[in-house]
Design a protein around this ligand. Structure first.
Ligand code: FE2
Length: 218
């Protein structure tokens, strides 16, 4: 791998990482939608697959923009990305690990409603990871004055926040409650309240990410 000498190199590295993440998510989402039993969850995951394909196209646009600039700068002698990763790019190990974790839990024997809750949790972990990656990349693009790149990244970042929020609402208003009472378990009101408290806590990273994003945009 070529040496990263400046923020621009780091941004290009991050874009490759995000590209790999989206590719892996495009492969994983149909399996998650297939494993889900709640119709609304299935629909949400399928819709996110469509959105993810658009996000990958945006990264393609950014990569093309970088390549164009690098080729003209280096007089067709090959760009930084080629020197750094070769033709095949790099694989995002973070996303790979999160997807593997999700597959591991989905392979467990469990009630359908519990599996739905587990699928949402896995998806949200991936969303939070993407929010972090896109937030960082957008901040770098802003710092470097790459307006169009910043705009494309901000569009995707907004979509990731929306997806996370949709999954959160689905979990808190429906899926977690169904999982709580599945398998013939009758929850007492206090148990239900505790469950809601736990679910609310799962929203904390989202809030924290928003705060962080707010700071970044300043
Ligand atoms: Fe994404």
């Amino acid at each position: 791998m070529a040496m990263l000498v400046n923020l621009r190199n780091l941004l290009e590295h991050e874009i490759e990482d995000l590209y790999s993440a989206e590719e892996q998510i495009i492969e994983a989402l149909p399996k998650m939608a297939e494993a889900a039993t709640d119709r609304e969850l299935k629909r949400t995951l399928k819709e996110h697959l469509r959105i993810t394909k658009e996000q990958k196209k945006r990264l393609d646009q950014i990569k093309k923009m970088f390549k164009k600039e690098t080729v003209s700068e280096e007089n067709s002698s090959g760009g930084f990305l080629e020197r750094m990763f070769g033709e095949g790019g790099t694989k995002c190990k973070g996303t790979e690990g999160l997807i593997q974790e999700g597959e591991k839990i989905m392979a467990e024997e469990m009630e359908p409603a519990v599996k739905d809750a587990a699928i949402i949790a896995s998806c949200q972990k991936i969303e939070h990871y993407e929010i972090s990656g896109y937030g960082t990349a957008r901040a770098y693009a802003k710092e470097l004055g790459l307006r169009e790149v910043e705009r494309l990244l901000a569009t995707t970042l907004k979509e990731e926040y929306t997806a996370d929020k949709l999954l959160n609402v689905l979990a808190l208003n429906k899926v977690n409650l169904k999982a709580e009472t599945s398998g013939g378990t009758k929850a007492s009101p206090s148990t239900a309240a505790r469950a809601r408290g736990t679910a609310s806590k799962s929203a904390a990273p989202k809030t924290a990410s928003k705060k962080a994003a707010g700071k970044r945009s300043r």
